[in-house]
Each structure stands twice: as C-alpha cells, then as structure tokens.
Design a protein around this ligand. Structure first.
Ligand code: F6P
Length: 547
C-alpha cells in the first residue's frame, strides 16, 4: 500500500482532472455527448443504475478505476470472500456473504455453510410451525403478532425489509419493532397486543445491549402480568444472538435460541437469524428469495470487471463526490413508500461502517471518509427540503430509487410518482438560467423592472449530481440485490480509504458514560463530577424529574 493516499499517483491524477471538470456544467456534458446515458449506466438483472447525471467523463471513470486498482480493490474483495480476517481490530472475518451462499465459504480453515444452513432450517421449521398454528400461545390460540426487541443492526434491517415487502405479508403475523429505551416505544407497542397471541423475538448479537435487555425484561414483566406464566415464557420468547450464555442467564431456554456468529456484523445481519421477524412476516420462501437476490449481487461483485461492476461504480462515484467535489451530505430518496425506512437503514450501514478517521494501521486520515446520510420518500421530501437541494448552498448529492411497476393500482398514482422522480433529477441537473427565467416572465407579461428584481430568486444553478436506480418491481429478490449493492458499495469505499468498515468503536464511549451516569441519576447528591454543562443538565433533570 502506498504511504499516503492523497499523494498517490491515482489520487493526484483525479485531483488535476477535477480542476478541469469542475468548470463543466452537467448540461453541457449532456449536450456534448448523445451517448452519455448509454455510456454511464449499467444493468444488473431487473435493475438499472444510471450515473450519467454524475460529474463524470470517460476520463473520470478511467482514473477512478485506476484508483481502485492502485488500492488493490480486487484483492480485498477476494479476501472478504475467502473469509480472511479483514475486520482486523476485532480479529474477525466479515462474512455476511456466507449467510446467502450456496457454496462452501471457509474461515479459519472450516466451512461455515453447514452451520448457516442448519440455522436457516431451524428458522424454516419454526416459521412453519408458527404460521401453520402448530406452535401456539399459552391459551392454545395461534400467534398473530411478533414483537422484535432489538436495536441498530438487530432492528433496522428487519424493520426496513418488512415494510418494503408489505405486499408479500402472509397476513398471519403482524410484525412490531421495539428498539428505543424510551418506555413509550414498548408501552405504545404493547397497548394493542394480546399477550396470549404475541411472540417476542429478543434480538441482540451481544445480548448485552442496555436498551434491548431492559426492553426484554419489561416485555417479560408485561407478559407475566397479563396471563403468561414462568412455564409458558418458553413458548412466547425466543432469542437471536451469538451469546448463548447471556441468553441462558436472561432466562430463555437455549433450545429457543437462534444463533449467529461473530463474523456477522450487526449492520450486515438481516440475512442471518436476525431476519426471523422477516421470515415470520413474509414466510420462509420469500426470505429465501431475499437471500437469492443478495447472492446474485455477491457473485456479480466478485466476478464482474470493475468497469461494469455496480457496487464498484457506486462506491467510486461516492469517492469522487466526497474527496474531490466536496460533497458532505448524501440524500437517499426512494420514490416508493414501501422503502421509507431505507434511508434509516443506510444511515447505519454507511455511517457506522465508514465513519472512521484512522486507517487500518492507525494513522490519521487526511481525507474525508463519508458523508451524512439521510433521506425521505418521494414526493414528501419535495415539499420539505428539496428547496435546499435546488437553490441552497450546501453540496448535497442524492440517490433516487424507484420501481417501474407498483404493487398498488391506485388510479394514475404511479405515473405521477415517477414523473416527479424524472422531473426532479432533470431539474437538479439542468437548472434554469437567468435568460430562461426572464423569457418566461416576459411571456407572462411581467413588467421589465419586476423581471429584473425577480430573476435572481427564480434562477436554478443546476449542475447538482444525482444517481438513479430503477428496478422492475420491488420483490424480495430485487430488494436482496439492492441491499447487497449498498453493502458492497460501502466496502469498496472502505478499501479506497484504507479503513476498517466492520468495527464501530465510536459508539462505545457514549455507552460507557451512560452506564456511569445512570448510577449518578439515582443518587440524591448534586452532581459535580462532570463538565459544567453536563453537571447542569443532570442537576436540572434531577430537580424536575417525576419520582
Ligand atoms: O450501535 C452499536 C451497535 O453495536 C451496532 O453496531 C449494533 O447493530 C447495535 O449496537 C446492536 O447491538 P446488539 O445486536 O449486540 O444488541
């Protein structure tokens, strides 16, 4: 590896190329090349990735692929698929690809596939038993609701996927998700549920996460207070974890436990038993379809040359934006109501993975390693924050996503939705010049002095970059491919930036301080041990809390 990324030949070449291309308006790039869409779009199955509205030329792409080669991207991809311990700070492999594999995947000399298949089989049997009414609640009624208690990766994936795949729900089980330690989340969820027909899945990789354990205890108390007994807990509570001992300690019989492994990162875990609430909601066959979509993307990522490789292109476009064009904010804009939790899911995937500031060898980076990721489903966002995207000062980029076919045949809604998608990406790219604004106002008979006054307010600079992802229909397989696309995109960027995307030490400090502060909140003393602000906040809370 070259000592300093920013001084490396590929980086320097991109830097000088950028000083040329930053002068070019996207509108001009389109005018100059009628083949621009064909050149800068790629297809994968039912999925189309259009990056022609990114500030790129043939030369840009060539230089970005050179950067990928310089950073040995192909070697890193191979290392991941070979099960090498690429999560170096935790001394682990990162093998989410094994969770959807069909062929042997080896780490530390042994094939993990048999264990993966065994857990999938266990999930299948359990899901069938619940959905067919063989596994019943304490009063012999079939289960109707599943409450997943988990947070972060043990919540966001299942929440997003179950929402996205509503048309595939079997209708036998309604999923609910409790993540927040705010008691309101659990209390409001339980309010409408019948304990006799409610199944709880306690999902935690570590089984030590404060929020999850506290919510799980409270759920058990609620269950016991509403007709459940110590004996029937086993029927109503199952655990998904890597920590057998802690599960047992909590009081869940290990026979009711679904395991996964330390080589599955929390934010990469929806394919494991963490996906149990997904399977209980859409049925095991659809869960297998989700896995198959991801598996196809894995194979594509592993075997396709860089220039046609979707995750590689998406990742490199991000590097180009972040490190050369000064993009600090990335909006995820699904024009699909079912994907409304997709931005939240990607927030953890991207920001927890690449929110790092030291390289793999511990040296500080002198380049950005990510952006703020956020978003909202279209067209809601248009009536909220798009003003800033069009005429504001921050440099924001956006991914627009939409299905060509909707599951919901409501009048011409889908056409209207997609018209907005296309209009927004076009408007962001093209903008509207002062001449166009003046001509428009003139045609509407505005007086000249008013035209002069109004024109600057109505000008759109344009030249805002977007990436569009279209797919035929949002089904389990396509969704699997889409999620895996982003997972691998994040990995590509981590390789370019030479950082470890699979640890998350940055969340530890807050956790440590919180457990210390809990004890302080319980003492009657005035707090003086912190900085003045933290002391002041704690003391104000103590004075005003309801005891
Ligand atoms: O937020 C930190 C984190 O460790 C995430 O990486 C993880 O997804 C989440 O907490 C939940 O962890 P667990 O599944 O161990 O409860």
């Amino acid at each position: 590896m070259i000592e300093s990324l920013t001084k490396s030949p590929a980086w320097q070449a991109l830097k000088s190329h950028h000083s040329f291309i930053e002068q070019q308006h996207l509108r001009v790039l389109f005018a100059q090349d009628s083949q621009r869409f064909e050149k800068f779009s790629v297809r994968f199955g039912d999925l189309l990735l259009d990056f022609s509205k990114q500030r790129v030329t043939d030369e840009t792409m060539k230089l970005l692929f050179q950067l990928a080669t310089q950073q040995k991207l192909n070697d890193w991809i191979a290392q991941m698929f070979r099960g090498e311990k690429i999560n170096s700070t935790e001394n682990r492999a990162a093998l989410h690809i094994a969770l959807r594999a069909e062929q042997a995947v080896t780490t530390e000399g042994s094939d993990v596939l048999p264990a993966v298949k065994q857990v999938l089989q266990q999930m299948e049997s359990f899901t069938k038993a619940v959905l067919h009414g063989e596994h019943r609640g304490y009063s012999d009624l079939p289960f109707t609701d599943v409450v997943n208690i988990g947070i972060g990766g043990s919540d966001l994936g299942p929440v997003m996927v179950t929402n996205a795949l509503k048309p595939y729900w079997t209708g036998k089980m309604t999923p609910h998700f409790v993540s927040n330690i705010d008691g309101a989340h659990l209390a409001e969820t339980l309010k409408s549920l019948n304990p006799a027909t409610t199944l709880f899945v306690i999902a935690s990789k570590t089984f030590t996460t404060q929020e999850t354990i506290a919510n799980a205890h409270a759920a058990r108390t609620w269950f016991l207070a509403h007709g459940g007994t110590e004996k029937t807990i086993a029927r109503h509570f199952v655990a998904v974890s890597t920590n057998r001992e802690a599960v047992e300690q909590f009081g869940i019989d290990p026979a009711n436990m679904f395991i996964f492994w330390d080589w599955v990162g929390g934010r990469y875990s929806l394919w494991s038993a963490i996906g149990l609430p997904i399977a209980l909601t859409i049925g095991m066959q659809h869960f297998y379809d989700l896995l198959s979509g991801a598996r196809e993307m894995d194979q594509h990522f592993l075997t396709t040359p860089l220039a046609k490789n979707l995750p590689v292109i998406l990742g490199l476009i991000g590097v180009w934006q972040i490190n050369f064009q000064g993009v600090t904010s990335h909006a995820i804009l699904p024009y699909d109501q079912s994907l409304h939790r997709f931005p939240a899911y990607l927030q953890q995937l991207e920001m927890e993975s690449n929110g790092k500031s030291v390289t793999r060898d511990g040296s500080s980076v002198d380049y950005s390693t990510g952006t703020v990721v956020w978003g909202e489903s279209g067209t809601n966002g248009q009536h909220a924050f798009y003003q800033l995207l069009h005429q504001g000062t921050p440099t924001v980029t956006a991914d627009f996503l939409a299905p060509c076919q909707s599951h919901y045949a409501v009048n011409h809604h889908h056409e209207l939705l997609l018209a907005n998608f296309f209009a927004q990406t076009e408007a962001l790219m093209r903008g509207k010049s002062a001449e166009e604004v003046s001509a428009e106002l003139l045609s509407q008979n505005y007086p000249l002095d008013e035209i002069k006054e109004l024109t600057p307010h109505r000008v759109f600079a344009g030249n805002h970059t977007t990436t569009s992802i279209l797919f035929k229909k949002l089904n389990p397989k396509t969704l699997g491919s889409l999620i895996a696309l982003y997972e691998h995109k994040v990995f590509v960027q981590s390789v370019i930036w030479n950082i470890n995307p699979f640890d998350q030490w940055g969340v530890e400090l807050g956790k440590q301080l919180a457990s210390k502060i809990v004890a302080e909140l319980r003492s009657g003393q005035e707090e003086t041990a912190h900085d003045a602000s933290t002391n002041g906040l704690i003391n104000y809370f103590k004075e005003n809390r309801n005891l």
